[in-house]
Design a protein around this ligand. Structure first.
Ligand SMILES: C[S@@+](CC[C@H](N)C(=O)[O-])C[C@H]1O[C@@H](n2cnc3c(N)ncnc32)[C@H](O)[C@@H]1O
Length: 369
């Protein structure tokens, strides 16, 4: 396999130039985005209402779930625990801080649609050639595996997760396993073509170990790719209050403190590129997309993405925050609910031209043909 070759056409790039952020709201050092890695720019819409042309939204969020043939998911770990009026996984109980109930699954599927649309329909950024065996870490609802199974019918696609929430009927080349990705991998050395992990920054405690395990399990020439949202709020035009004056920044900082109290580093992905290089991977690349929050972008696709993003953030305020903030920081549920009133207000205010970023980092195991 050769060096990375594919570069996506950026949605919303229009005729506006790719700009670096003029101001970073609610963040400290290390906020600058590497301009050459940024794939899109976002121009603000003066009206900034939620109306999006139907044809644009349909096209942007179409997700091909049609598949031929089927096989059943093999899993024996079917128990759940309930707290905060939410349902959580039972296997390795307490390991993951977010619920796995229907509402959260719908939110995860919406996030999938948003991220794929942002990446111009691409499920991966690294240049895969005829992959035979693909492993997805923390697969969630398995929606990425199912789409990959359709895209690569010749590949075996395996999704790993603590929660048995994947659908029963999937493409014949896709299967799911209930396992903890932080334990010893069962994959033989040099057996995988592609290891993928998306939105797992708040699930893994030891990323260097994960990278080392992936390096061993990948074939020479195989690829690893990590895709993450980075929870730092930017505003390029000074339209949003600075720091925690912007309600959602206050929530992010609090939730991240909660995650840290459980031993997770929610911004660990800022080091993904260096981590892959340190693990021995070559041809390491990072691509960055701005992800608008709300209806403020002018471009139709970016506006749709912004509305979807705001919706999944709103739905996630409880699911993401409740356990880390109550169990981790000692707040009561009522205190959290009170905080969320202002956070929701800030998110619904389209005069705040805010965004965070989505990062895809990939690298190749040396060798291969
Ligand atoms: C935010 S979801 C991401 C879902 C999926 N990767 C996607 O992008 O659609 C994180 C998933 O990781 C799973 N998870 C958390 N810790 C895990 C672990 N140690 N081993 C396996 N899965 C884990 C959770 O159960 C959850 O389904």
């Amino acid at each position: 396999m050769g060096p990375p070759a594919n570069s996506p056409s950026p949605p919303g790039s229009g005729d506006a130039a790719v700009a670096s952020p003029k101001s970073a709201v609610g963040s400290g050092n290390g906020d600058e985005l590497e301009a050459s890695a940024v794939q899109n720019a976002i121009e603000a819409d003066d009206t900034a209402d939620d109306h999006v042309d139907d044809s644009a939204s349909d096209a942007a969020y179409e997700s091909d779930m049609n598949s031929t043939g089927s096989t059943s998911v093999s899993s024996s770990v079917r128990d759940y625990v309930f707290e905060n009026n939410r349902r959580y996984h039972k296997f390795q109980e307490g390991r993951y801080l977010l619920p796995n109930d229907d509402a959260e699954q719908e939110r995860e599927d919406m996030k999938h649609a948003m991220c794929v649309s942002l990446c111009s329909g691409k499920l991966h950024m690294c240049p895969l050639e005829n992959p035979q065996k693909i492993l997805d870490l923390g697969t969630g609802t398995g929606i990425w595996c199912i789409d990959m199974g359709d895209e690569y019918p010749g590949a075996e696609v395996i999704g790993l997760d603590l929660s048995p929430i994947q659908p029963s009927w999937v493409p014949p080349n896709v299967r799911f396993m209930i396992d903890d990705v932080e334990t010893e991998w069962v994959d033989p050395p040099n057996s995988l073509d592609y290891v993928h992990g998306r939105h797992i920054c708040m699930t893994i405690k030891n990323f260097p170990r994960l990278a080392a395990q992936a390096y061993t399990a990948l074939k020479p020439g195989g690829w690893i790719e990590l895709q993450e949202l980075r929870f730092k709020i930017f505003c390029d035009d000074g339209s949003a209050p600075e720091g925690e004056g912007y309600g959602y920044t206050k929530f992010i900082n609090l939730a991240m403190a909660g995650f840290r109290s459980f031993g997770f580093d929610p911004l660990v992905m800022e080091n993904n590129k260096n981590m892959l290089i340190d693990a021995g991977f070559v041809n390491v690349e990072e691509k960055i997309w701005k992800v608008p929050i709300g209806a403020w972008p002018k471009d139709r696709t970016m506006k749709t993405i912004g509305i979807y993003n705001r919706s999944l953030i709103m739905d996630g305020l409880h699911s993401v925050g409740i356990k880390p903030i109550t169990k981790g920081l000692g707040w009561s549920e009522q205190e959290v609910e009170l905080l969320l009133v202002d956070v929701r207000k800030a998110l619904m205010d389209a005069s705040n031209h805010v965004y965070y970023t989505f990062h895809a980092v990939y690298g190749q195991k040396p060798g291969g043909s």
